[in-house]
Design a protein around this ligand. Structure first.
Ligand SMILES: [Zn+2]
Ligand SMILES: [Zn+2]
Ligand SMILES: [Zn+2]
Ligand SMILES: [Zn+2]
Length: 241
């Protein structure tokens, strides 16, 4: 069986009459899971709060460490405290692997830095507004932004709300509505670099510099400067009544 066979199966299953296509997972080639234990992570990772480590924190940590670049989790990480009085956590992760356990072997005994007081070894990316430099937890925008098109809605609602997935008779050729349960087939626009990928893509310049805080600070200063310049020039003469 090949990848192309999988799409045939996907197509068949998702178009079956009495099935909610949104609840059907994409089919994939048979894989096994490998179970890994991560030690040495703080159970209370935040400097200023007693909030304990969450699965989402672990997912962020993994995402920001290059040794996990080609690894996908098979379930959410599970976290336990080493002992009632300890400040350390043991984290269990399941990863998708091939039968030989190749992916797990690449990770076993590797060390990676999650930082001490601050959990983020690199520059954090907010999963709410997709800007770099603050965590999802401290995001200040109202509502959420779509990772694919920067629209004012959660990414999972992209198909329903984005302009690109709506039918439009005026385009040439006329655009059809994206079917329910189908991924958006259109080009994304990154809200950070304006490239044609979604804002958390590893093709993004911002992502590639995720361990370089200085680069990020400089880049945002540049963007900010450009923006104030354009507001300034647009504003010329407009305030005369
Ligand atoms: Zn944010
Ligand atoms: Zn969108
Ligand atoms: Zn679309
Ligand atoms: Zn980008």
């Amino acid at each position: 069986m090949q990848q192309s066979d999988l799409s045939i199966i996907d197509h068949y299953v998702k178009n079956a009459n009495d099935i909610n296509a949104l609840q059907v997972e994409d089919s994939r080639l048979s894989k096994s899971k490998s179970y890994l234990k991560i030690i040495g992570i703080l159970y209370y990772p935040h400097t200023n709060s007693q909030e304990n480590l969450k699965s989402s924190d672990v997912e962020t940590i993994l995402k920001q460490n290059y040794i996990f670049d080609n690894i996908s989790l098979a379930s959410r990480p599970r976290i336990i405290k080493v002992s009632p009085k300890s400040n350390m956590a043991i984290v269990w992760i399941d990863i998708w692997d091939v039968q030989s356990g190749h992916n797990a072997k690449l990770l076993i005994n590797r060390c990676f830095n999650v930082g001490r007081a601050n959990m983020n070894p690199g520059v954090p990316q907010c999963k709410n507004c997709w800007k770099w430099g603050h965590s999802t937890f401290s995001c200040r925008i109202q509502g959420a932004k779509c990772v694919k098109c920067n629209g004012p809605y959660k990414s999972k609602h992209h198909r329903e709300f984005s302009w690109c997935c709506k039918a439009n008779a005026k385009t040439n050729p006329p655009r059809l509505e994206t079917k329910k349960g189908k991924p958006c087939p259109h080009t994304f626009k990154c809200s950070n670099c304006k490239g044609d990928h979604q804002a958390d893509s590893n093709h993004c310049l911002f992502w590639r510099h995720r361990f370089n805080r200085e680069w990020h600070v400089k880049k945002y200063a540049e963007i900010c400067e450009n923006r104030s310049q354009s507001i300034h020039s647009e504003g010329n003469g407009r305030f005369n009544q």
